[in-house]
Design a protein around this ligand. Structure first.
Ligand code: GLN
Ligand code: ZN
Length: 754
């Protein structure tokens, strides 16, 4: 292959639109208010803007086919003829694709899960005995042609066969999808020929699975696949990209194959001492030195030092982002509300592309050519190193002392005795997970407050009315432990981020979460402290309306980190402990306000689990430590609950026990109580509330059905340790569904109690 080497690129780009244009267009298309042509025009416009801006910024190789109407794994399934048979009846291609993603009235959608350790969710392809891989390259060829027409040095991007199969799910009794690797490799071989014919000089094939321990065979399989694809004589030059971590043995395996370029993430991956891979000397090393998934400005001097250290290990060293910039907002430009110092520390998507170009220019012309940019980067580094908002010594001392002292709560038995005495709950107590439906009135009140149409006093009154209604409803239903319903929370992380020092909110920092859903994560930039109580007045008000206990409701430190952009200048553990201390102060204030039960939610406990097995124990250690710090400031008579969801507890099950909560509610309605057996297997002795019904569906379960679930649960957990609750918060449900379901749930609990 005699393709020209490239020097500056990104691995992929956001596609949702700088102002979420694609989200709006697809949602209108689904609603039937925008036709096919209108949707296609929006999409084409966004692709064109992305391509031209990447070229204008100075990239000499530009990714294409990173646009998606929904998700790149789903695109790959469509490309390979691997959509499930149940959508085959949908005649139109785009509607078939959306049916696989979202389902229809009669078709169940594919599952969705987290893309590695990011907050992006991909669609999980199903591979069954009936799956026949066939090439369907319409989308990729069209996007390549579109880019070539614009004169863009286009590099089509594909998800590699290894990653595709290892992230897919076997169905209908099929063997693990990876057993189809050789067969699928031939489809990729055909595709490479097609792309070469269409004029592609380079192709990028993503194999992030190489940075995980999902399969111990991955390096050997990669060597087999890329030896085969590299051996083709009609193909573009091949760039295999790994990202999100250290490819380990995968790197030397790829280096032994004839591929022309290999991508390594030097932000989250290995250090630069990879010169020991001799075969790299004849290849292009695409060095991901600009963080593609966090929002901090690159330390250009440090990045240049990395690049200099790599220079002799490869024939060409190209500069790139560590991964696709899909995971960061488009641009810093709309963020006009930030102070200049804070702003100088940041780089969003567009700014990262400029950094890549600057670094490539420094490699080519010497650092003097970019002296100004380096000076600005130095200034930002120096200002972050000295800004008092990031260096609160007293806070650090306080945390060190508290963590050294350990938890001061009593034994589980002592806590149990104190709580039983104080709370006097019946056997199988009934409760909910926290939120009640976010009604139109609630959203309207929040929007009016933001728009300045109502004042804080009026807003507070409307929220109090909502709380009063939710308390009255729960009393009427006969629940034992009540909640205030969380009407005042826009989001369970954002709400706290807005009330803690050390965070700021972006005005337009949207990133794709899945499909058309976007999130605007808060930025945790500094030391975290709590200026004032965050939830106490709401909890106190709710408790004043009832004699039953009202649960205080907080979000845990790991979840707050997982759903924010976090600072990169100190270990995650240090940041987690700071957030934990703020939550701890809140629990102490809630307790002082007479709240007897406090729930600290950690639904994201599993999400931050490192990709490599070797790194998992250290993570679980600080994740548990932060939770314990946040919950151990209260007396034995105050009952601590936690809530976990998103199933697949396997790897974190031991940590769940170590959280040492008095009561753990857990999503189990869909995993048929298996989680209870797993908890028993590790000797879990706390109380547990396995969700008795699935709140992710509008279906109202009958009392009889939930009686069945409870009896099943009682086979695994004795009655003194069993709680009765739905499997997650109710905020996305309609009020009438909630009322009917909870009424049946209370009936079921009473039936089983008798
Ligand atoms: N307390 C939160 C709620 O009920 C928990 C949400 C969650 O688990 N994601 O909404
Ligand atoms: Zn949940």
């Amino acid at each position: 292959m005699t393709a020209t080497p490239f020097h500056a690129t990104v691995l992929g780009a956001p596609r949702i639109g700088p102002n979420r244009e694609l989200k709006r267009a697809t949602e209108k298309y689904w609603a039937g208010t925008l036709d096919r042509t209108g949707l296609a025009a929006v999409a084409a416009g966004l692709r064109r803007d992305t391509l031209t801006s990447l070229v204008a910024a100075g990239l000499d190789s530009v990714p294409v086919n990173t646009f998606s109407y929904y998700d790149q794994m789903l695109d790959t399934a469509a490309l390979l003829g691997a959509l499930p048979a149940r959508v085959a009846g949908v005649a139109d291609e785009l509607d078939r694709y959306f049916a696989a993603a979202r389902g229809t009235a009669d078709i169940a959608p594919l599952e969705m899960t987290k893309w590695f350790d990011t907050n992006y969710h991909y669609i999980v392809p199903e591979i069954g005995p009936a799956t026949r891989f066939t090439l369907n390259p319409g989308k990729i060829l069209a996007e390549l042609a579109e880019a070539r027409e614009l004169g863009v040095p286009a590099r089509p991007v594909l998800i590699g066969p290894l990653t595709f199969l290892l992230l897919s799910k076997a169905v209908d009794g099929a063997d693990a999808p990876i057993s189809r690797l050789d067969e699928l490799t031939e489809v990729y071989a055909e595709l490479l020929g097609t792309l070469a014919d269409a004029g592609a000089q380079w192709v990028q094939i993503d194999e992030p699975v190489l940075v995980t321990d999902i399969s111990a065979d991955a390096p050997a399989l990669a060597e087999r696949v890329y030896s085969r694809l590299g051996g083709l004589n009609r193909r573009p030059a091949i760039f295999v990209a790994s990202y999100f971590g250290d490819p380990g043995a995968g790197l030397s395996a790829l280096a032994r194959t004839p591929v022309e370029a290999i991508g390594v993430d030097f932000v989250y991956g290995p250090n630069t001492a990879i010169a020991s891979v001799p075969q790299l000397a004849s290849k292009t090393l695409v060095a991901g030195v600009v963080d593609g998934r966090n929002i901090w400005r690159t330390d250009l001097r440090a990045a240049l030092a990395k690049l200099a250290a790599l220079r002799d290990s490869a024939q060409t060293v190209a500069v790139s982002t560590s991964c696709s910039t899909l995971h960061v907002p488009y641009s810093l430009e709309p963020e006009t509300g930030l102070d200049d110092t804070l702003r100088s520390w940041l780089a969003f998507g567009a700014e990262k592309v400029a950094e890549v170009a600057t670094l490539a220019r420094a490699l080519r012309d010497g650092p003097a050519a970019v002296a100004q940019q380096i000076a600005a980067s130095d200034a930002a580094v120096a200002s972050r190193a000295s800004d008092p908002r990031l260096h609160n010594a007293a806070l650090r001392t306080q945390i060190a002392e508290l963590t050294a002292a350990g938890s001061r709560r009593g034994s589980a038995a002592a806590r149990r005795a104190a709580q039983d005495e104080r709370l006097q709950l019946p056997a199988l107590p009934t409760t909910t997970i926290g939120s009640f439906p976010q009604t139109v009135d609630i959203r309207r009140a929040r929007a009016s407050l933001v728009a300045g149409q109502i004042d804080q006093a009026e807003y507070t009154k409307r929220m109090q009315d909502e709380i009063a209604a939710v308390i009255a409803l729960q009393e009427d239903l006969g629940l034992d432990v009540l909640v205030h319903g969380e009407p005042e929370r826009n989001d369970m992380v954002q709400y706290f981020a807005e009330r803690l020092d050390g965070f700021f909110a972006t005005s337009n920092g949207w990133v794709q979460s899945y499909g058309s859903r976007c999130v605007r994560p808060p930025v945790l930039f500094g030391d975290v402290t709590r200026p004032d109580p965050m939830t106490v007045p709401w909890a106190r008000y709710a408790q004043s309306l009832t004699d039953k206990p009202v649960k205080g409701m907080l979000t845990g430190p790991v979840t707050i980190l997982a759903w924010s952009f976090v600072r990169d200048d100190q270990p995650l553990a240090d940041t987690a402990y700071q957030v934990a201390l703020a939550i701890r102060e809140e629990t102490v204030d809630l307790e002082a306000a007479g709240i007897a039960i406090i729930q600290v939610d950690e639904p994201a406990l599993r999400e931050l689990l490192p990709l490599r097995d070797a790194d998992k124990p250290a993570y679980l250690d600080w994740a548990v430590g932060a939770f314990v710090l946040s919950t151990s400031g209260v007396a034995d008579g105050t009952q601590i609950h936690t809530h976990l969801c998103y199933s697949e507890f396997g790897e974190v099950i031991g940590a769940i026990a170590e959280l040492d909560a008095d009561v753990t509610s857990i999503e189990a309605a869909r995993s048929h109580m298996e989680v209870l057996d797993d908890l028993n297997a590790i000797g879990f002795a706390g109380s547990v509330g396995p969700g008795v019904y699935d709140i992710h569906s509008p279906r109202v379960p009958s009392a009889q059905e939930m009686t069945g679930s409870l009896r099943e649960a009682l086979e695994a957990v004795p009655a003194q340790r069993l709680w009765v609750n739905p499997d997650c918060g109710l905020k996305t449900r309609k009020t009438d569904e909630v009322v009917a379901s909870l009424r049946n749930m209370v009936t079921a609990a009473r039936t089983v109690r008798n």
